[in-house]
Write a protein that binds this ligand. Structure first.
Ligand SMILES: [Zn+2]
Length: 429
């Protein structure tokens, strides 16, 4: 039989038409959005005299619905919600929904709260065994056993995170999705820090029920502290919720575009399993440079890098870029710094919440040749500002803090009050 050239072409055309018509075309990207808590589980909550009661369950739902609306505009994305109303699906139901739908991503939205002080900022968790025994608040809050119903208790009781078998099963599960989860988590946190100018507490690993049995890359985003007055107001506002939704949305789109380069079991089934990465006990920051010159935020000296922490020590300003407790992210950040042109940059480990044995941290408000006038904004706003003169320069300093974290929080507070470009100084005695 002779097949004409025309027939072959026609045949190709028909086959390609069949492929595109009957779903051989690209599969939709399936995303499960999980609004944390709901129904009788209010999550974190606080009362304020001006805005009334603020409930985590309401904020997580509002942000989730706003995020979903943005995502649904993309034809190649399918959004599945664990809840769209004020109800409480069990954690097992949330996981099962995601697994059954073979979701590509699971994103759980939450808010933080803290009783002891009023910390603020965002943080994103990926599934992992708890390493840092001193910092279990999130795991406790988000895993509150009161809200594990009978089904959940059955699901999770067989799961003792301290047993070696569970740990092995968990590590196998994690190893498949950890890299992808970490990537998405850092995209989210980067957006919060860089686009929204919020305090990012970084990407961390925690053993959380709602992520534990998910068979896909999964993250839990703590979008802010309800216990912090300013952040509670931000979280209940339309503008705040829209900003958060937009930042998560942008991160998802970047992740989706990157996905070809991220290894998961789904995309590369034959790849040998990597052992799960264990978070370090240290926070890592990348030291870009150490110099007697003070640079303000956005200075070209930073070569376009944002999220710089400056610590002054022995008269030298040390400029650190990014923070993480994951070695893989640290290595990425170091590469980013080197690529930007900081060829001598290196990673420095910090022990979280370490108090100085001898000495303290304070905030350098200004370093200037001319004395600040007594009705300057700084001196008018703050009480207890110290002044020192050294080599013809007046140094104005403020506060006394035991840990770097405390100093950072107070520095951010000052920033909100309009006192910018301050430097944290480590004073050793
Ligand atoms: Zn929560």
């Amino acid at each position: 039989m002779i097949i004409s050239r025309f027939n072959i072409l026609k045949c190709f055309f028909l086959i390609s038409l069949l492929f595109s018509t009957f779903g051989f075309a690209q599969k939709k990207f399936v995303l499960v959005l999980d609004a944390g808590h709901g129904g009788s589980d209010f999550g974190a909550n606080r009362g304020y005299s001006d805005i009334g009661r603020v409930n985590e369950k309401d904020i997580t739902l509002a942000i989730t619905l706003k995020l979903g609306k943005l995502l649904e505009k993309n034809k190649d994305i399918k959004v599945i919600y664990t809840r769209t109303t004020d109800e409480y699906p069990s954690l097992t139901a949330r996981t099962n929904l995601a697994n059954r739908n073979k979701a590509d991503l699971f994103i759980s939205i939450h808010c933080n709260a803290n009783d002891r002080s009023s910390p603020y900022g965002t943080e994103t968790f990926v599934q992992g065994p708890d390493q840092n025994k001193t910092n279990l608040e999130v795991a406790k809050e988000e895993n509150d056993v009161i809200f594990l119903n009978a089904e959940d208790k059955k699901t999770f009781s067989s799961y003792d995170p301290n047993s070696p078998e569970s740990l092995i099963a968990l590590k196998i599960q994690q190893s498949k999705y950890l890299e992808a989860s970490l990537t998405l988590g850092s995209l989210v946190e980067d957006n919060f820090a860089n686009k929204d100018k919020r305090l990012s507490r970084g990407v961390k690993q925690k053993n959380l029920h709602v992520l534990r049995l998910n068979a896909m890359p999964s993250i839990l985003i703590e979008t802010g502290f309800i216990s912090n007055y300013d952040e509670a107001h931000y979280l209940v506002s339309e503008a705040g919720q829209n900003e958060i939704a937009q930042s998560i949305y942008d991160a998802i789109i970047s992740y989706k575009n990157l996905k070809g380069n991220i290894s998961t079991a789904e995309t590369k089934p034959e790849e040998p399993k990597q052992p799960a990465e264990v978070p370090s006990k240290n926070d890592f920051r990348i030291l870009l440079m150490s110099t007697p010159v003070k640079y303000d935020e956005g200075d070209p000296a930073f070569k376009g890098l944002n999220y710089i922490l400056t610590i002054k020590e022995n008269g030298l300003y040390k400029y650190y870029y990014s923070t993480t407790n994951m070695a893989s992210i640290r290595d990425n950040n170091l590469k980013t710094a080197k690529d930007a042109g900081f060829r001598n940059a290196y990673a420095v480990g910090f022990i979280p919440n370490q108090t100085l044995g001898t000495g303290y941290y304070r905030i350098e408000l200004a370093a200037t040749k001319d004395k600040l006038s007594s009705n300057s904004y700084i001196l008018n706003t703050l009480k207890g500002v110290d002044r020192n003169k050294e080599k013809g320069i007046f140094y104005y300093t403020y506060g006394k803090y035991n840990s770097l974290e405390q100093a950072v929080e107070n520095q951010k507070d000052l920033e909100k009050r309009g006192i910018k470009n301050t430097v944290i100084e480590k004073v050793l005695k």
